[in-house]
Write a protein that binds this ligand. Structure first.
Ligand code: TRP
Ligand code: SF4
Length: 328
C-alpha cells in the first residue's frame, strides 16, 4: 500500500528547545517509519511575525535544519526544505485567498489570542490575518492526509479542511481531501518558570545549551512552593521538576516521589539528578550537531535537494489547480 503523506512545519525564529524536541521532533522522527513525510522550514510564516527583524531568519533556517537532522529527521526518508524555495506555496495561497471569507480568519482563536498576547510587534497586518491560508496551502500543496501539530494549531487544521472543501465545491472537483491532525502524546513540557516554554519568556532549555548552562538553568526551576526547608515533605504532583522526570526519566519517578514526599532528599539534589537525565537525552543530539556545524554545505545541499523534490510534487498539484480554476 502507498504510504500516506504527512506535512508539518516550524517557523525559524530562534533556537530550538526541549519543548520542540518532546512536542514535535521525537514524534516526527517516529512518523517517518510509517508515512511519507514532508517537513518545511516555514520562513514566510516567520516573516509575518518578524518582518521588522528579518536579519536573523537566514541563520535560524540553517540552525533549524541542523537541529532537525540531529534529532533524527532523515533526509533519506523525508523531504526537508525551506518554504520560500518552493514558490508554489504562495501561488496556492493566492488561489485560496480569493475565496476564503474574512470572517473565518477573524474568528480564528489562535489569531485572536496572538493579537491579545503579543505586544512587542504589530501583528495587525494583511499578511498575518492570512497566516492560516498559507498554512492550508503548505498542507494541501502536497495533499497531506495528516499533520502532526500542537493543540494550539487545531483551528488552523480546521480552516485547512474548510478551505479544501470550499475549493472542491467551487470548482467541482475532489483534488483535495480532508486532512487530520496528529497530536503528540507526550505530556506538555512547561518552561523553567512553569509558564509555557517559549523563547519570548526566556524560560527555555535549548537543544544546543552546553552542560553547564543546562545545569544552571535546571537549578533555577520552580518547585513545590510549600517545600521551603529540606525537612518539609514535598508534593511532586505540583512540582514542575517532577513533570520533567515524567518526560526524561520516567523510570525514576517512583524513587523521586518517595524521596520528595518523605523529605529524604532536597530539591537541589533532585534537580542535579534531573540535569544529568536531560543531558543524557541531549548528548547524542549535540554530538550530531557538532558534526553538521562543521559541514554546513552538506546541510545546504540537503535543503536544496529537498526543495527540488518538494517542487516536483508542488508543480503537479498546481497544474491540477490551474486546470480546474482557469481551464488551462
Ligand atoms: N503554524 C505552525 C506553527 O506555528 C507552523 C506551520 C506552518 C505549519 N505551516 C504549517 C504546521 C503546516 C503544520 C503544517 O506551529
Ligand atoms: Fe520537586 Fe524534586 Fe523538590 Fe520534590 S524534591 S519538590 S519533586 S524538585
Amino acid at each position: 500500500m502507498k504510504k500516506k503523506t504527512i506535512f508539518s512545519g516550524m517557523r525559524p525564529t530562534g533556537k530550538l528547545h526541549l519543548g520542540h524536541l518532546v512536542g514535535a521532533l521525537h514524534n516526527w522522527a517516529e512518523l517517518q517509519k510509517e508515512y511519507k513525510c514532508i517537513f518545511g522550514i516555514v520562513d514566510w510564516h516567520a516573516l509575518m511575525g518578524e518582518y521588522e527583524n528579518s536579519g536573523s531568519i537566514k541563520e535560524d533556517i540553517l540552525d533549524m535544519a541542523i537541529d532537525w537532522l540531529s534529532c533524527g529527521i532523515d533526509p533519506k526518508e523525508s523531504i526537508i526544505f525551506v518554504q520560500s524555495d518552493v514558490p508554489e506555496h504562495l501561488e496556492l495561497q493566492m488561489f485560496f485567498s480569493c475565496f476564503t471569507p474574512l470572517g473565518w480568519l477573524e474568528r480564528n482563536p489562535t489569531y485572536k489570542e496572538q493579537l491579545r498576547e503579543i505586544k512587542t510587534r504589530d501583528l495587525h497586518t494583511y499578511g498575518f490575518l492570512g497566516y492560516p491560508v498559507l498554512q492550508a496551502a503548505d498542507i494541501l500543496l502536497y495533499k497531506a492526509q495528516a499533520v502532526p501539530i500542537g493543540e494550539d494549531q487545531l483551528p488552523h487544521i480546521e480552516l485547512t479542511r474548510e478551505i479544501s472543501r470550499r475549493f472542491n465545491r467551487l470548482y467541482k472537483t475532489d483534488i483535495f481531501a480532508d486532512c487530520k491532525a496528529i497530536l503528540t502524546k507526550t505530556p506538555r513540557l512547561l518552561g523553567l518558570d512553569g509558564r509555557k516554554m517559549s523563547k519570548s519568556y526566556n524560560n527555555t532549555i535549548n537543544l544546543s545549551d552546553p552542560k553547564e548552562v543546562v545545569e544552571k538553568k535546571v537549578s533555577t526551576m520552580f518547585t513545590d512552593p510549600k517545600r521551603l526547608r529540606l525537612n518539609d515533605p514535598g508534593h511532586p504532583d505540583v512540582c514542575n521538576v517532577f513533570s520533567y522526570y515524567s518526560v526524561f526519566a520516567s523510570n525514576k519517578k517512583d524513587e523521586v516521589c518517595t524521596w520528595c514526599t518523605k523529605a529524604e532528599k532536597g530539591c537541589t539534589d533532585c534537580k542535579k539528578i534531573l540535569s544529568q537525565e536531560i543531558l543524557k537525552t541531549l548528548a547524542p543530539i549535540q554530538e550530531k550537531r557538532a558534526v553538521f556545524l562543521k559541514d554546513k554545505n552538506k546541510v545546504l545541499d540537503i535543503l536544496e535537494q529537498g526543495a527540488k523534490d518538494a517542487r516536483v510534487l508542488a508543480q503537479k498539484t498546481m497544474a491540477e489547480v490551474k486546470e480546474k480554476v482557469f481551464g488551462k
